[in-house]
Write a protein that binds this ligand. Sequence first.
Ligand code: NAD
Length: 355
Amino acid sequence: MKKYKIALIKGDGIGPEIIDEAVKVLDAVASCSDFSFSYEEALMGGCAYDITGNPLPQETINIALSSDAVLFGAIGGEKWDALPREMRPESGLLRFRKELGVYANLRPAVVYDELINASSLKASVVKGVDLMVVRELIGGIYFGEPKGRTADKGWNTMVYTRDEIVRIAHQAFKIAMQRSKRVCSVDKANVLDVSQLWRDTVIEVAKEYPEVELSHMYVDNAAMQLIRDPRQFDVMLTGNIFGDILSDEASMLSGSIGLLPSASVGAKIGVYEPIHGSAPDIAGQGIANPIATIASASMMLRYGLDEIASANKIDDAIKRALSEGYRTQDLAQFDAKEVCSTSEMGSIIANYIVR
Ligand code: NAD
């Protein structure tokens, strides 16, 4: 029997509550599959700082690197906001991604029929939306040199090498092959030289995926099209800063931050986490929505462990819980038949899988 070792980083705020529910669901899936999980917990964020004086202890990196995947909750909170930048929980997370070499951020945006009214857009526009932003995560303008500032001037550099573009493009095309085989590459090739290289390189990589239909869109138009007609997109391939903005925009199509998962993958270990933060305002109350984290566990099975049938089981169970009218507090106003706690939602989803 296959055994997967999963590093659990619960983090701060609602992190521990939502990770516990994802583990419940993973155990349910394992109980009816030919694999099992072992878990090892590691500290990151404010809780790590409080115990070790470091938001990202070396031991956490070691545990992650010796695992098959990392399931991550959320970090941060007001308590640690006044610390020097390098000691803040968020710095720990950025360093962690860099250490693991996760260069691709996958952010799906799915609009569930049952929650169509949660979107701020008209139901007729968002019904059936199911897209994935594949964002380059460790290059581009956030990391490019030279960068700096003086009292009256500031500068950053958007730089991509051909190799960086090739590897993220392969990710996007591979994911498109598992979906509806369309990639829209987003750039600003009418203005930026770096975008011209981006576009030429993506066209070259596309030749290895003849079944995938490739289109290109300027980033300003993409921002507009996401609101005008989001169903036209399947996989959106972007650089770091464009993807940062577009993935947040896309996530709001679904209307609820508590539903959306993400994956950060690279050559080594992937990190799977909800897109929301540690929600200190509701921590410890048992009302957080665990679905984004449970859906992140599904992404871990799909993209990290290649257990696609099990990932489908989780996704189906989430849809079923929603279609039967179960809602956590954050979605109570959208056709709830029963409002349930964090832990009840986890159990409902886990039970659908086992049954
Ligand atoms: P947040 O995402 O934590 O919360 C925004 C709002 O959404 C809050 O009202 C919160 O209650 C609600 N919310 C978030 N997740 C929810 C869930 N699962 N169920 C129900 N409601 C949910 O963003 P914020 O308030 O801006 O940040 C709080 C802390 O989280 C900050 O310290 C921030 O730096 C950190 N943060 C961490 C990450 C991460 O760990 N990846 C990401 C974003 C923010």
